[in-house]
Design a protein around this ligand. Sequence first.
Ligand code: TAP
Length: 455
Amino acid sequence: MTAKFDVINPATEQVVDSVRLVTAEETDTAIARAAKAFPAWRAVAPGDRARLLRRFAEAVDADLENLARLEVLNAGHTIGNARWEAGNVRDVLHYYAAAPERLFGRQIPVPGGVDLTFAEPLGVVGVIVPWNFPMPIASWGFAPALAAGNTVVLKPAELTPLTALRLAELAHQAGIPQDVFQVLPGKGSVVGQRFVTHPLVRKVVFTGSTEVGKQIMAGCADQVKRVTLELGGKNANIVFADADLEKAAAAAPYGVFDNAGQDCCARSRILVQKSVYDRFMELLEPAVRGVVVGDPGDEKTEMGPLISHGHRAKVRSYLPEGAPIAFQGTAPDGPGYWFPPTVVTPSGVRDPLAADEIFGPIVAVLPFADEAEAVTMANDTDYGLSASIWTRDVGRALRVSRAVEAGNLSVNSHSSVRYWTPFGGFKQSGLGRELGPDALAAFTETKNVFIDTEG
Ligand code: TAP
């Protein structure tokens, strides 16, 4: 009997669809088909491959509202966020559609001949996607991989397969061959694991928890398989006394509670200079209470539910009786995996509230004395994905940006992701970079060819 997975709307707890789970044998068949499709796909003329990717981007654009509504239904994302996410897939496709004609090699001066380098595609690339941003994270893997001439097998998270399945339909309608881009809904331990162990998958792009990422990396080592990892974060939002405090406090909730805190870039540790700590908390409280939590399909909603019953139980476990809650916003009662925006004041950076990636709407606020202590506290974590710095002193902004061990820094802002700038983590937040001008390098091998011109 084939297993099915009931897809649940996290805002209502209603079953919205039932998706058949792909088995290990079917995964092997899909990988074999992707490997067979590779020589023809890499041979497609660069301009034609570019045109196909642009057509795929246009198909996504034409289907944008439908994709966004599917994500509201499946993941509880606010409609505003979900539209941005579908638009991001379109933009990432357009951006990498420019790549096939620009995959330059180099000509390097050598005696006795000519030396050339080629950027060769790898073969089959396996992309493993988490549930928190199903659309964008999928496209950050498949768009550059396809542009570079690879074929792709993609596994969405079991909880959120609907938009990935729709994206595959749109790709095929746009003319990308079925076996060049396949979406395989299934379990991580079955389909994802096969991407790691199957010798015909030449690269794994994994986004998810640091714990599973380490297993993927260890598994890939067996075949020296290429791997890109985008993992967890416990990101600092550092507010200096000279900052525009009103602006910093007004922005802080959106830096952490967006997507109900289920964001690897969530600024879930607010470090505030002692001299302005009390004032900052006074300003933060109304900002947190003002976050609009509710029906994600409503245009005015700013935060939706958590993804699942199990995940909400995990988030809740961080707030036992007597937890240091400073204040909380509101959340609906009744069905749905709701959790209110919550501000806590743990005793130090090693308290689990300040150290663990809770992946929910809980933010820890901690005081610091001076710039040196702020940097020490920001770096006192195994993670290193992103951070924000609020100050009016441009020298300090740059000094602290350089000193914080993280891949994505923002000054007087919480913005981390642009499809045309590099994204990824230091330390245990990941390996390699996605997006931006250099992502193609992660989907190609450099080949060097020497041609003797003397003989
Ligand atoms: P995980 O449990 O790690 O799952 C991520 C993906 O890996 C899912 O598709 C999962 O499949 C699959 N998987 C699980 N076990 C596997 C295994 N043994 N072999 C192969 N694949 C396996 O993470 P999650 O809870 O879904 O996502 C949240 C995490 O993702 C957070 O830690 C967050 O920080 C991180 N994240 C990082 C980033 C970046 S860019 N750094 C972005 C978004 C999210 P199933 O779910 O179907 O089992």
